[in-house]
Write a protein that binds this ligand. Structure first.
Ligand code: TYD
Length: 345
């Protein structure tokens, strides 16, 4: 049982805001502190239901800013931390491979240092299955080597190395979760599912990279949140835990399912030259026995969860339309997809 205040960094982002909701429902007496830099993907609208809620407190700021971070630990008596704050998109990391180091590596170290200094009880760093690199057959286990292949996943692996070092050097009570590709409401429409759903709704072309045969393991966001919560409550210091949905699909198959649910034609699919090139991981898949031993398992039925997610975007244009019509979003789409999509942009 967790008592005291929980600091949820990156709590205005996709998985972070879903975790805030997940945690608040199950721990009605606990104070929830959110630190979020509100960069392009962080959005206070994701947390609007907490407006005026006395047990909720929002701080704008970056995790790599030691003044902001130690100020929060000093004022809020933080006992638990879950770190979601990160640059989280592979494609953007191809455009700016250095820009993510601050949040994905330095920020993790700043948070860990403050957690140790202020005597935090438990700390979960949210990482990704992408730190392992790609696997053509079989499943990744937690003791497999970290062999990241994109600037993004290398940054996340760097964050994990900070956790490892702080646990060993300072005894910081930290754990790592490695989640697979996550989907659900409030996901910024640059990741394949919300990107394709929102584009298909507008009758726009869907850019599938290469042959579309890359495989991802899809995890519903609520199951991801449940896995993180179990690790926060029961995980062992210094250990990493795979959190995967066990739902493997090729990108092409996933795209056809989305189009089917929306009643849109497959002629919207465009196979474009792969912008990730050699860095495009062919497949991710996780062995989740270690998290299962803590009592976690993914409960969502994939088809139901995908349908509910598609329905959420259909029902919430007021959430995603301002994003996709904003100039920064359009500038990114032009820059990343312009060379390959051309007139279909
Ligand atoms: P993405 O959602 O960016 O997640 P990740 O890179 O963390 O796996 O991409 C999921 C898969 O979808 C990945 O194999 C790349 C592919 N993809 C496309 O084919 N087209 C797109 O426009 C995007 C965004 C992704």
């Amino acid at each position: 049982m967790v008592t005291g205040s929980i600091l949820i960094t990156g709590g205005a982002g996709f998985i972070g805001s879903n975790f805030v909701r997940y945690w608040a429902e199950r721990h009605p007496d606990q104070r929830i502190i959110v630190l979020d830099a509100l960069t392009y993907a962080g959005n206070l609208a994701n947390l609007s239901e907490f407006d005026g809620d006395a047990r909720f407190r929002f701080y704008p700021g970056r995790i790599e800013d030691p003044t902001v971070v130690s100020g929060i630990f000093r004022c809020e008596k933080v006992t638990h931390v879950v770190n979601f704050a990160a640059e989280s998109h592979n494609d953007r990391s191809m455009l700016d491979p250095t820009g993510l180091i601050g949040s994905n590596v330095t920020g993790v170290s700043v948070l860990l240092e403050a957690a140790s200094r202020y005597g935090v009880e438990r700390f979960v760093h949210v990482s990704t299955d992408e730190v392992y690199g790609q696997i053509h057959s079989g499943l990744f286990r937690e003791d497999d080597p970290l062999l990241p292949r994109t600037p993004y996943s290398a940054g996340k692996a760097g964050g994990e190395m900070q956790v490892r070092a702080h646990v060993i050097a300072f005894g910081t009570p930290a754990m790592v979760t490695r989640g697979s590709n996550t989907f659900g409401p409030y996901q910024y429409p640059e990741k394949i599912l919300p990107f394709f759903i929102t584009r298909a709704l507008d009758g726009k072309a869907l850019p599938l990279y290469g042959d579309g045969r890359q495989v991802r393991d899809w995890l519903f966001v609520e199951d991801h949140c449940a896995g993180i919560a179990v690790v926060l409550e029961k995980g062992q210091k210094g250990e990493a835990y795979n959190i995967g949905g066990g739902n493997e699909f090729t990108n092409a198959d996933l795209t056809r399912r989305v189009l089917g649910l929306l009643g849109k034609p497959e002629s919207l699919i465009r196979h474009i030259p792969d912008p990730r090139g050699a860095a495009h991981d062919a497949r991710y898949a996780l062995d989740t026995a270690k998290a299962a031993a803590l009592g976690w398992s993914p409960g969502a039925d994939f088809d139901d969860a995908l349908e509910a997610t598609v329905r959420w975007y259909v029902d919430h244009p007021s959430w995603w339309r301002p994003i996709v019509e904003s100039e920064p979003y359009q500038a990114y789409i032009r820059r990343y997809y312009g060379p390959t999509l051309g007139a279909d942009l």
